[in-house]
Design a protein around this ligand. Structure first.
Ligand SMILES: *Cc1c(COP(=O)(O)O)cnc(C)c1O
Length: 395
C-alpha cells in the first residue's frame, strides 16, 4: 500500500486487536475470505435496483452476487423463497430498522420497543434516534425484581397503546425471548411483529437460540456480531397477501439508500456460508458455554450479574450497586488500561444515566473466535475481578 499514513494506522489497529482481550459483545473477528471479498473490485460497481432490474448496465456479475447472498441467507435459517423475502442491501443495522418502519409504519405512528436503559437499541424508537422523531416510541422495560421480560406487563402496554409495530430482540438482554408470547401480544393489537436478532443471529444459525421465524412478520439482523460477517444487515419479511417484501425493497430503494455495496454483499454471502458449517455450530455452542463460565465465575467472586446470569453470548455487570462502587465508565477505563476491552452499559432502572452508567456489558463471541474455552474465560473473570477490585475507591 502506497498510502503510508493509512497503512500505518491499519497495521496499528491489527496489532491492537491481536494484543487485547476483546469482550465487546457486539464485535467479532471475520475470516480472511470475508476480508478478501470486502477488499475486492466489487466495490467499484454501481447497481441501483435489484437483480434483473437495475438502473445501471454491466450488472450481470453483481446480480449473481446478490442472488447468492439472498439464497444463502434463506438457506441458513431454513427458509424458502416462497415463504420469505430477504433484502441484503441495508448498509448496516440502523438503516435496516429505519427502512422497516419507513415501509410499514405511517409517519407519526407508534413503534413499541424496549427503552435503551433496559437493553433496547437506539433504533427501537428511542427519542434521540430519528426512529423516535419520525415515529412515536411506546417504551417497555424489564421487570424490576427479575430483570427479565414480563410478558403480562408487555401485553398491558401493547393493548393500551395499540402500536403499529412491536420490536422484540435487544442489544443487551442475556436471556431467551419467548417469541410465541410476543406473537400473541402482537395479534391482540393487530401489530406487526419485528424481531431484531442482531445480537443472537449467529446463535440462531448455530442452533443455540430459538429461531424467531415461526412467529415474526419481519426479522432484521446485523451480520457482524455473533454471525461473524462484515458490517452489514439483512431484512427478512414474510411473503403473504400483505406483500411485505415488496414494501421493504421499496423502502430501501428508492426510499432510503442508493447503490448497494456489492463488496459488502459478497462478504456477507461468504460469512453466511461459513455460518452454515458444522464448525460454526461448534463455535456457537462454545460461545454460549464461555459466556456462562464467565458469568458463573464473576458471580462466585461476588459480582452482581444483571438478570442473574446468561443464556447467550453476553452479560451485564452492575459495577455500581453490585458491590464494587464504581461507575461503568471508570470500570471500562480500568479494564482497558489492563488490556481488557468492554463497553459501558446502562442497566435496567439505572440511576446514573447514559453518560456514566452503572455497569458494563461483556460478551464471549470475539474471544471464542480466537479459540478460547471455558477455562480461559474463568481466568478472564478472575482478571476482571482483580482489576475492578483495585478500582474500588473504598479499599
Ligand atoms: C447493533 C444493533 C443494531 C444496529 O446496528 P449498526 O450496524 O450498528 O447500525 C440494531 N439493533 C440491535 C438490536 C443491535 O444490537
Amino acid at each position: 500500500m502506497k498510502d503510508l499514513q493509512i497503512k500505518k494506522l491499519m497495521d496499528a489497529e491489527k496489532k491492537r486487536q491481536k494484543s487485547v482481550i476483546n469482550l465487546i459483545a457486539s464485535e467479532n473477528y471475520v475470516s480472511k475470505d470475508v476480508l478478501e471479498a470486502l477488499g475486492s473490485e466489487l466495490t467499484n460497481k454501481y447497481g441501483e435496483g435489484y437483480p434483473g432490474k437495475r438502473y445501471y448496465r454491466g450488472c450481470a456479475v453483481v446480480d449473481e452476487v446478490e442472488r447468492a447472498a439472498r439464497k444463502r441467507a434463506l438457506d441458513l435459517f431454513g427458509l424458502t423463497e416462497k415463504e420469505w423475502g430477504v433484502n441484503v442491501q441495508p448498509l448496516s443495522g440502523s438503516p435496516a430498522n429505519f427502512a422497516v418502519y419507513a415501509a410499514l409504519v405511517p409517519i407519526g405512528g407508534k413503534v413499541m420497543g424496549m427503552s435503551l436503559d433496559h437493553g433496547g437499541h437506539l433504533t427501537h424508537g428511542q427519542p434521540v434516534s430519528m426512529t423516535g422523531k419520525v415515529w412515536k416510541q411506546v417504551p417497555y422495560g424489564l421487570d424490576k425484581e427479575t430483570e427479565r421480560l414480563d410478558y403480562e406487563h408487555i401485553k398491558k402496554i401493547a393493548t393500551e397503546n395499540k402500536p403499529a409495530l412491536i420490536v422484540a430482540g435487544f442489544t443487551a438482554y442475556a436471556h431467551i425471548i419467548d417469541f410465541k408470547k410476543f406473537r400473541e401480544i402482537a395479534d391482540l393489537c393487530n401489530a406487526i411483529l419485528m424481531v431484531d436478532m442482531s445480537h443472537f443471529a449467529g446463535l440462531v444459525a448455530g442452533g443455540e437460540y430459538p429461531s424467531p421465524f415461526a412467529y415474526a412478520d419481519i426479522v432484521t439482523t446485523t451480520t457482524h456480531k455473533t454471525l461473524r460477517g462484515p458490517r452489514s444487515a439483512l431484512i427478512f419479511s414474510k411473503e403473504d397477501e400483505r406483500k411485505l417484501p415488496r414494501k421493504i425493497d421499496k423502502a430501501i430503494l428508492p426510499g432510503l439508500q442508493g447503490g448497494p455495496h456489492f463488496n459488502q454483499i459478497a462478504a456477507v454471502a461468504v460469512a453466511l456460508k461459513e455460518a452454515s458449517t458444522p464448525s460454526f455450530k461448534k463455535y456457537a455452542a462454545q460461545v454460549v458455554k464461555n459466556a456462562r463460565a464467565l458469568a458463573d465465575e464473576l458471580q462466585k467472586l461476588g459480582h452482581r450479574i444483571v438478570e442473574g446470569g446468561t443464556e447467550t453470548h453476553l452479560l451485564r455487570i452492575d459495577t455500581w450497586l453490585g458491590g464494587r462502587g464504581i461507575g461503568g465508565r471508570e470500570a471500562a477505563d480500568k479494564l482497558e488500561a489492563a488490556g481488557i476491552i468492554v463497553s459501558e452499559s446502562t442497566l435496567p432502572f439505572d440511576t446514573r444515566g447514559p453518560v456514566d452508567p452503572s455497569g458494563i456489558r461483556l460478551g464471549s463471541a470475539a474471544e471464542t473466535t480466537r479459540g478460547k474455552k471455558e477455562k480461559d474465560f474463568i481466568a478472564i473473570a478472575r482478571k476482571v475481578d482483580r482489576i475492578l477490585r483495585n478500582g474500588n475507591r473504598e479499599h
